[in-house]
Design a protein around this ligand. Structure first.
Ligand SMILES: *[C@@H]1O[C@H](CO)[C@@H](O)[C@H](O)[C@H]1NC(C)=O
Ligand SMILES: *[C@@H]1O[C@H](CO)[C@@H](O)[C@H](O)[C@H]1NC(C)=O
Ligand SMILES: *[C@@H]1O[C@H](CO)[C@@H](O)[C@H](O)[C@H]1NC(C)=O
Ligand SMILES: *[C@@H]1O[C@H](CO)[C@@H](O)[C@H](O)[C@H]1NC(C)=O
Ligand SMILES: *[C@@H]1O[C@H](CO)[C@@H](O)[C@H](O)[C@H]1NC(C)=O
Ligand SMILES: *[C@@H]1O[C@H](CO)[C@@H](O)[C@H](O)[C@H]1NC(C)=O
Ligand SMILES: *[C@@H]1O[C@H](CO)[C@@H](O)[C@H](O)[C@H]1NC(C)=O
Ligand SMILES: *[C@@H]1O[C@H](CO)[C@@H](O)[C@H](O)[C@H]1NC(C)=O
Length: 462
């Protein structure tokens, strides 16, 4: 016979309890009798282990979404374990059955759906898919078994409804979406027309939490062998403007979990000559390209040699917050230079006095030291734009519509010099501001840093 405080357990515990009405004063004390068999904790551990294994095994680019879901599963299982251990602390060891296993089952259902989708669309990953599916089948069976312990069927109805609602919405939008006419001229590197930006696909804080609203992340657009799956993260740790180190992770999971990272310092002090100013940098061939501290120069930091090479833009180039991105009265501090990558390399987007504060695009040849290639002058006023990126030699610019929506409204084709102001690709935001945006030609994702969150979207090509 054991006694326990009941407030934590009332809702979820499948036990018989009765009020003891004798001498306990104001404390509510109850007597617990657990008629159920002990919860098979080891099985849950096995499922968790499998989930982690599966997650590790799925590394290929096309399966980042599965990675994300697996991660969600891991999070959930971890939370479940938290709950269990909390209950354990509060009470005796026989109360595991209190925890709703339905939640995990729903996660598994989502993964199943995703794997079906994957199987339909790719052959390359079939082998991996089959292995995962087998493992997944086992996991599902174990979960079904575990669910028998969920005696009271404390199914998180609300959550279930939410998921069903979301699925319905998604389905509806997909159905409706297919009939919308695309508006963009074709790119020049084998991709069809851009028809949409879907997502967010990834949405997470980093290990720095909400400490740094300005930062950047992504993958090397042209990785050196062995670095294909790495992710990099730079946070502007000083005044939201200056950064001095690059943090690298081996996978999407590790960057989201904030574990197992490696730091490379450009300099031990911050800021100082050739450290990072402003958030719109990119990684290309194991070198970081960024606006060097307090100059109108481009810096190339070679991570292999840990040395910096620089090349100066025209002297009337805006720097030090002269021509930042922004909207209305709001500017994104020190975003004078925006580095972008596309299928053919690195570009720097900036504005000059001689071009009236309008955007200028220069190709950055990634030699050592870097040099500038061709340059294009546009009529796009830099301060009215919130960010830019390039796909297949076409520059796209975004503007702020409202807290929930950023819109790709402009394009400049460097092959034809044709400018358009009539695009309408909405990007669904979870946070208000976008401090960094870049396109990765390897996975067709837009990598975004938004008020300390790392977010990704998928560009859908026809
Ligand atoms: C309260 O205590 C009395 C005497 O011990 C007992 O007869 C009664 O059943 C108890 N009431 C409840 C609700 O347990
Ligand atoms: C993951 O891969 C390893 C080695 O390739 C293999 O032994 C293991 O069974 C795989 N795990 C799952 C869950 O597929
Ligand atoms: C389980 O733990 C999470 C945090 O890990 C907490 O938010 C949640 O309220 C807990 N649920 C129960 C039923 O205790
Ligand atoms: C994938 O689809 C093929 C044919 O449609 C089917 O035979 C196979 O079992 C599926 N694999 C998985 C993992 O669902
Ligand atoms: C999809 O189209 C139908 C019919 O045109 C409309 O009723 C519905 O609201 C649309 N759904 C969305 C999500 O736009
Ligand atoms: C475009 O992306 C949005 C946001 O994810 C989505 O709601 C919509 O269904 C997509 N439309 C098409 C045509 O895919
Ligand atoms: C970085 O240094 C390595 C080693 O010297 C060299 O092979 C590579 O080309 C350099 N990268 C750039 C962009 O200069
Ligand atoms: C984009 O978002 C705005 C504001 O929410 C909305 O008015 C507009 O209709 C959307 N455009 C498209 C093409 O979805």
């Amino acid at each position: 016979m054991r006694q326990s405080h009941i407030f934590l357990l009332t809702v979820v515990i499948p036990v018989i309890f009765s009020k003891e009405n004798s001498t306990r004063g104001k404390h509510c004390v109850c007597e617990l009798q657990n008629a159920d068999p002990a919860f098979p904790e080891n099985k849950l551990n096995n499922v968790e282990f499998s989930a982690i294994q599966c997650s590790r095994n799925i590394t290929s680019e096309k399966i980042t979404e599965i990675d994300r879901l697996m991660l969600g599963l891991q999070h959930r299982i971890r939370q479940l374990l938290d709950n269990v251990s909390m209950l354990e602390k509060e009470d005796n060891g026989n109360l595991y059955a209190a925890v709703s296993l339905r939640i995990i089952e729903l996660e598994l259902a989502e993964i199943q759906e995703l794997m079906d989708k994957l199987n339909r669309t790719t052959n390359d990953y079939q082998q991996q898919g089959l292995q995962t599916a087998a493992k997944f089948h086992d996991m599902t069976e174990t979960m079904a078994e575990l669910e028998k312990f969920d005696n009271l069927q404390i199914i998180a109805k609300e959550r279930e409804n939410e998921i069903i609602k979301r699925d319905l919405e998604r389905c509806n939008e997909e159905l409706n979406g297919t009939s919308q006419p695309p508006t963009l001229s074709p790119g020049h590197c084998g991709l069809g027309r851009m028809v949409n930006v879907s997502g967010p696909k990834t949405y997470s804080l980093t290990e720095f939490g909400t400490s740094y609203p300005y930062g950047a992340w992504g993958r090397d657009a042209n990785p050196t062998p062995g670095n294909e799956n790495k992710y990099w993260l730079v946070v502007l740790t000083s005044s939201n403007v200056y950064g001095n180190f690059i943090r690298q992770y081996n996978s999407l999971s590790t960057i989201i979990l904030g574990i197992e990272s490696t730091d490379t310092y450009i300099s031990s002090s911050n800021p100082t000559t050739n450290t990072i100013q402003g958030s719109n940098m990119v990684m290309y061939a194991n070198a970081l390209y960024y606006n060097c501290y307090y100059t109108y120069s481009v810096c190339q930091f070679n991570l292999t040699t840990q040395s910096v090479s620089t090349v100066a833009l025209p002297s009337d180039t805006g720097y030090n917050n002269k021509f930042p991105f922004g909207h209305l009265d709001n500017t994104y501090s020190y975003t004078d230079m925006d580095f972008t990558t596309d299928e053919s390399g690195v570009y720097v987007i900036y504005a000059t006095t001689s071009n009236f504060g309008n955007v200028v695009i220069s190709k950055v040849e990634t030699s050592n030291p870097p040099v500038f290639g061709q340059t294009w002058s546009t009529s796009l006023h830099k301060k009215s734009v919130t960010n830019t990126f390039m796909v297949c030699g076409v520059l796209y610019a975004t503007r702020y519509l409202d807290k929930e929506t950023e819109q790709i409204f402009y394009s400049y084709d460097t092959k034809t010099n044709i400018e358009r102001y009539d695009l309408e690709f909405n990007i669904t935001k979870r946070q208000t501001n976008i401090q960094f945006l870049n396109y990765d030609s390897r996975d067709h994702l837009l990598y975004v840093y938004s008020d300390a969150y790392i977010v990704s979207y998928e560009i859908v090509f026809q």
